[in-house]
Design a protein around this ligand. Sequence first.
Ligand code: FPP
Length: 260
Amino acid sequence: MASIRERAGSAPALAPAESIENVPEHVAIIMDGNGRWAASRGLPRLAGHEAGTSNIRRITQAAGALGIRYLTLWAFSAENWSRPQEEVSGIVRILGETLDRELDELHRQGAQLRHIGSLEGLPTELRNAVLAAIELTRENDKLVLTLAFDYSGRQELLAAIREIVAAGIPPGEIDEATIDRYLFTHDLPDPDLIIRTSGEFRLSNFLVWQSAYSELYFSPVLWPEFGPRDLEEAVRDFSRRERRFGNVSAEAARMTRERA
Ligand code: FPP
């Protein structure tokens, strides 16, 4: 795709967090473009996922440095199971290796690991390792790092509705807060900013309910190359936006008052 920017990599230098006003509290990222990154180098798709996974470390560190409190990364969608078996088992292997390699450092840096989606499709040993990592880091509060694995926004909503019905909550008592409580994300704030890399302009079933008022940022950069500077640019772009949540801007409100 001609619009995709490919670069030799981003320099890690970041402006101090205090120089950006209004840093989003919760940033969620659709990490897209691993396959195209690999193809453009004549490499197998799994090499793209390896490179994409290495990038998680530098983006997590950059997020912490920018003052982002919650970082949610979409690693695998419920629909991704339909990819070729070799790719799926490769991603599962990468998940296990990444956990082994990165967990101590994540814990040392005060990151709290969470998961949204399903762990049912994972081998028992890996599922237990993920649960143990979540338990180990439960008290950490520097950064909440949520991995969306085998995640689908519509399935999450459907499961929530089924549980609400099963709990016997009368229809008249169901409000938005009820639905929030039954989602995987019940104790996370909604994402302020959702980033998708690789020049695709859609959310693809990600955080369907929670993204209602999220600011969206689409980057042409392929995920393995989306570096700290790209994250900083997305955060700066966010910080310049005015979020109105259905209201009018402060300026428009002032003009309306003056005309009255
Ligand atoms: C999209 O690239 C990427 C994914 C399927 C998810 C991201 C996966 C990783 C970063 C590796 C797995 C990491 C963990 C921790 C399990 P794509 O394959 O859709 O790329 P394409 O659109 O260019 O084909």
